[in-house]
Ligand binder design. Structure first.
Ligand code: ADP
Length: 492
């Protein structure tokens, strides 16, 4: 019961008792005004003490309330602690270092948010939903804020988990409220961090609340036109766990991958975070020792190094301060995949071999970095057996190279080997490219064996080039396709 109700009940009781007292006085004929008055005052004082006592007990008692009362006043439906309020973002793309391709993809959306009429007049609908996919700390939230800042539109931030509540209907209501506010303030941006909390594939385990919330989100996204000027940005690092329904056209149909920063981007990020700090030293060295650091980890590294330098009363932050705090930053972060020098060598050689063999066989790519390769997806209708074999051979090149150089097999090859197996299986089972039109398992193995042998020969004959690319990979952590030709020309 609310405090107001308590007071109302108590007032009514006082009124009734007073009335009873007065009527008792009248009945007995003892209508002495001063006696009556003192009786009334006495009653009021007793009740005042009574109320005071109740309030005191309430205050001292532990504040244990069932969670639904904290979240929602069930009878009124008014939520108390969930406030939807946009922020005005002061960030711009300048605050986001590196990830240039991500920015390029988003520039079009900035223009759309700034001039929605221009697009509306031409009947162009921009995507309603953009999904930013990438590990934690790579700047997904930052870039969304920068997008809002660049476009000068309100930014509604919500974490996916804040929608998933214990009671069915609460999450759905929050989604509804969020969209209605955003629409009222359009053009605007809704950012839903960790959208997988709502949009996890439904699977066998039913969760009514999450399902209701997800359905509401789908309804909202279907219910407005792209031209209304609300852009929904979702962030996740688990796109493969997302419910298919979310990825359908008209919902989150644009996906942008945000990767861990490469060497160049790490330098840029360090620069941004050292902008107003007195730093003396070589940034490249610091960038080199931070393979696998996210933008957030780099920001924290700069901060720790500054504190460390300050504690020693130094006028500058130096490289040595970074080395001193690196481990501390690493320990503080959850399992960052940083590589030891040996691991970096293995990865560099592995990726170098893949780049060289791909280039040799004409498997198209833009660049290959220590942590990622960028092979173009085939979008042709018809693919030849030779083309698929080339792809398989490229995927096996890293394993063959590393085994040759380090005399050991390493687990980093697992993704490529899995892909190679899948391709071989498809060749035999789906495309009937084996000896028999109805292929069996042994033919899959044969394809892989042939590819392995062929790649070994290619590896041996390309060794000098691989060696050069390896050196570049160790230094820059990346190789672009156009560099390959230069390297070949230098050797031959
Ligand atoms: P995510 O949303 O991907 O988990 P955030 O956007 O929350 O990552 O990043 C956390 C912090 O890390 C940012 O506020 C910023 O200080 C820093 N950061 C991450 N990426 C970058 C970047 N590309 N440029 C500058 N700072 C970055």
């Amino acid at each position: 019961m609310s405090k107001n109700k308590n007071l109302a009940v108590i007032s009514v009781i006082i009124a009734i008792l007073t009335a009873l007292l007065i009527s008792a006085g009248i009945k007995s004929g003892d209508l002495n005004a001063s006696v009556l008055f003192s009786q009334i005052v006495g009653v009021i004082i007793v009740f005042a003490f009574f109320i005071f006592f109740i309030l005191l007990v309430k205050k001292l008692a532990p504040q244990h309330q069932p969670p639904q009362q904290v979240q929602v006043e069930m009878n009124t439906g008014i939520e108390k602690d969930f406030v939807i309020r946009p922020i005005t973002s002061n960030y711009t793309f300048k605050d986001v270092a590196g990830i240039n391709e991500v920015k390029e993809e988003l520039i079009e959306i900035v223009d759309f948010l700034k001039n929605p009429e221009k697009y509306r007049n031409f009947g162009i609908n921009l995507p309603k939903g953009v999904l930013l996919v990438g590990p934690p700390g790579v700047g997904k939230t930052l870039i969304a804020k920068a997008l809002a800042g660049e476009a000068g539109v309100p930014f509604f931030y919500q974490s996916g988990s804040s929608f998933v509540q214990m009671y069915v209907g609460v999450g759905a209501k929050r989604v509804r409220d969020l969209f209605s506010k955003a629409k009222a303030m359009a053009p605007s941006i809704i950012f839903i961090d960790e959208i997988d909390a709502i949009g996890k594939a439904r699977g066998n385990l039913r969760n009514d609340e999450r399902e209701a919330t997800l359905n509401q989100l789908l309804t909202e996204m279907d219910g407005f036109e792209g031209s209304e000027g609300v852009i929904v940005i979702g962030a996740t690092n688990k796109v493969d766990l997302l419910d298919e329904a979310l990825l359908r056209p008209g919902r989150f149909d644009r996906r942008i991958f945000v990767e861990l920063p490469g060497l160049k981007d790490r330098m840029e990020i360090l620069k941004v975070h050292l902008k107003n700090k007195p730093f003396k030293g070589n940034l490249e060295n610091i960038a080199k020792m931070t393979v696998g650091f996210s933008g957030a980890a780099l920001a924290s590294l700069v901060n720790e190094a500054s504190i460390y330098a300050l504690k020693q009363n130094k006028p500058f932050i130096e490289e040595s301060d970074f080395y001193a705090v690196k481990d501390k930053v690493l320990m503080g972060k959850k399992r960052l995949n940083t590589y030891s020098p040996k691991e970096k060598e293995i990865l560099s050689y592995y990726q170098a071999a893949k780049a060289v063999i791909a280039d040799w066989l004409g498997v198209d790519f833009e660049r290959i970095s220590l942590v990622k390769d960028d092979f173009k997806e085939e979008d042709k209708e018809i693919i030849s057996k030779t083309e698929i074999m080339s792809k398989i051979e490229t995927l096996l090149a890293g394993r063959i190279a590393v085994e040759d150089r380090f005399n050991e097999k390493y687990s980093n090859a697992h993704k490529d080997i899995k892909k190679a197996r899948e391709l071989a299986l498809r060749m035999i089972k789906d495309y009937g490219m084996g000896e028999n039109i109805v292929g069996d398992e042994s033919e899959v193995a044969k394809i892989l064996e042939d590819a392995y042998k062929e790649t070994k020969v290619l590896y041996d004959s390309n060794l000098p080039v691989i060696e050069k690319v390896y050196e570049k990979m160790l230094k820059d952590e990346i190789i672009h396709k156009e560099d390959m030709k230069k390297i070949r020309d230098e050797i031959f």
